[in-house]
Ligand binder design. Structure first.
Ligand code: 9G3
Length: 556
């Protein structure tokens, strides 16, 4: 491709609303342009990379027996009403009406759509297992779209759905998808971790998320210093055991806060929860953080949220002074760490504190369980090493769906005994456009993007130092046609720009190998520069293709 007529609008300045490197560089490099909040166009360079990402995903998904199809972005509301999700999701689910005022959802995901397709076509065990996938645009009206492609309102996802006759069958395809994702993300040279994640709203019992490690990631991963254990911080179990000090229990006392000394070790705090439509209290140690996902999973409740003292007092028509764990009407749960507290303290309101609190004696704790957020330094749940934290960008997720959707939508099949059974399902997503940004987050330097070879928009960036010099011009044209015949993707900067501009644009765009045709063109010698390492050396023209191939191999 000749750069003189290739649409690559590079920018000198960093756009003010781009806070993170990938967003800045994709804008400055002329890869993307924003059309609205969270809505982007992929310019030719960006689209080339997008297609390469999709190609790698297709290769690996097809190897795993996936069959690619394409479903519509507009989905009949009726399908979402069958699963109840039309009402569960709020403004995040984009909706529209057609000319007959019929309601549609703009596809945020495709469980309903694919299940409606399968229920009419797959009705015998003989037609399973099946693994269907698409690479398609998704719509989610995020409240705060930000960070460029990392959190957009229109984005590209590969979403796959598996259909099996048994849990065992789903387990197999699930494991296979985990391996497939490892292959895909490794080919992108991403530093990623599969982490155990919470099943959340999707309701499956097994879920893994794939996190690209990055400081700008929104998720926190708890991972082991010594093994490949990694979990989403909400999910990571706390396995620390607590020594109960062997001191005698003292008499419980209720004191005025300011008459009390500040030896606030062994302090207990409490959190009020609204669980479906009742209230309960969970005790944790003062220096620990409550984990509401663990409370939700423990109580197996649909709706769990942390509420204020005032809200509970209003709802129960009692005084705020009576909303505390010493009030027998509240169900009390406590984190394991609380059980080991002897003669602890518990502040009820700003003014009242109980001292010599011995939870099992003074509070009717219904049960002790793991209710706290894991902390750095905690023992790893797999027994190997200690927990460390890292930020991650969620680029993939795999879920076991069980029969949740097939039962709600009556997607059944006849088994070998002619008995009708609901289909076992799984779903597997990769954020394609998000992955593009994650790759840039992990592969850039101060001068711009440093594309991994597998995703670079071109392999070679050919630059003529002085287009008015006939030797340089002729040699450049010759090299351009040589590389095109060698099936190497080459971008030829034939612009009559100052060479400094050409070099800084080249650093920005991040093509792995740069060939500079300069003074020594008359001697049939060019300079080769490796974008990643900055290393450069002279190469005679007659061995340039072989040297380029060898360099690309080293970088892959
Ligand atoms: C919605 C909206 C947002 C959503 C969903 C539905 C997330 C929703 C979960 C999934 C699960 C899997 C198939 C590919 C892999 C992920 N955000 N999820 O279902 F209506 Cl507005 O998407 N789907």
């Amino acid at each position: 491709m000749r750069q003189s007529n290739y649409f690559i609008p590079t920018l000198r300045e960093v756009p003010s609303d781009a806070e993170i490197k990938s967003h800045q560089l994709l804008l400055r490099g002329g890869f993307i342009r924003q059309n609205a909040a969270g809505v982007y166009s992929y310019l030719p360079l960006g689209f080339t990379v997008l297609r390469k990402i999709e190609e790698v995903i297709r290769e690996e998904m097809n190897k795993a027996g996936g069959q690619e199809l394409l479903m519509p972005a507009i989905q009949p509301a009726e399908l979402w009403k069958e699963t109840g999700r039309w009402d569960i999701y709020g403004p995040e689910l984009m909706r529209l009406k057609d000319r007959h005022a019929r309601e549609f959802a703009l596809g945020a995901t495709h469980e309903e759509l694919i299940t409606s397709l399968v229920r009419s076509e797959i009705n015998s065990y003989k037609k399973m297992p099946a693994l269907l996938y698409q690479i398609q645009t998704k719509y989610r009206d995020e409240k705060r779209p930000r960070f460029g492609l990392l959190r957009g309102r229109e984005f590209i996802m590969k979403d796959a759905y598996s259909f099996d006759t048994s849990e065992k069958g789903t387990d197999e395809v699930y494991k296979q998808m985990v391996q497939t994702y490892k292959n895909i993300f490794s080919r992108f040279q991403l530093n990623f971790r599969p982490v155990v994640a919470d099943s959340g709203a999707i309701g499956g019992d097994d879920t893994h998320e794939f996190m690209a490690l990055s400081e700008v990631g929104e998720d926190t991963i708890a991972y082991s210093s010594e093994s490949d254990y990694a979990a989403n911080i909400e999910m990571a179990p706390c396995v620390r055991s607590y020594e109960r000090p062997n001191e005698a229990e003292k008499e419980l006392q209720k004191l005025d806060y300011d008459e009390y000394t500040k030896e606030l070790h062994k302090a207990i705090k409490y959190t009020l929860f609204k669980v479906n439509d009742s209230y309960c209290i969970v005790l944790t140690r003062q220096d620990h953080t409550i984990n509401d996902i663990k409370v939700k999973n423990y109580l197996k409740a649909e709706h769990v949220e942390i509420v204020s003292t005032e809200e509970v007092a209003d709802a129960l028509a009692i005084s705020v002074d009576d909303v505390h764990p010493f009030n027998e009407r509240f169900e009390i749960y406590a984190d394991h760490a609380v059980k080991a507290i002897v003669n602890g303290t518990l502040t009820v309101q700003p003014k009242v504190i109980y001292v010599n609190v011995n939870p099992s004696r003074d509070l009717n704790v219904k049960d002790y369980a793991d209710f706290r957020m894991i902390q750095e330094g905690d023992p790893s749940p797999d027994g190997n090493g200690e927990i460390l934290f890292a930020k991650g960008i969620e680029i993939g997720q795999v879920f076991k769906l069980g029969t949740r959707y097939s039962e709600m939508m009556n997607a059944t099949y006849l088994d070998e005994n002619g008995k009708s059974k609901p289909i076992m399902m799984g779903c597997y997503g990769i954020g394609v456009s998000r992955t593009l940004a994650a790759v840039v987050e992990q592969h850039h330097d101060d001068n711009g993007i440093v594309w991994p070879v597998s995703l670079a928009p071109f392999h070679v960036h050919l630059i003529t130092v002085n287009t008015k010099n006939t030797d340089q011009k002729e040699l450049s044209e010759k090299l351009y046609s040589i590389f095109q015949n060698e099936q190497l993707d080459i971008l030829y900067d034939d612009r009559s720009e100052r060479v400094g501009v050409k070099f800084s644009d080249s650093d920005l765009i991040g093509i792995p190998i740069r060939i500079i045709v300069g003074k020594k063109a008359s001697e049939d010698i060019v300079e080769l520069k490796v974008r990643k390492t900055g290393e450069s050396f002279e190469v005679p023209v007659n061995s340039i293709v072989e040297v380029v191939r060898q360099q690309l191999k080293v970088l892959s």
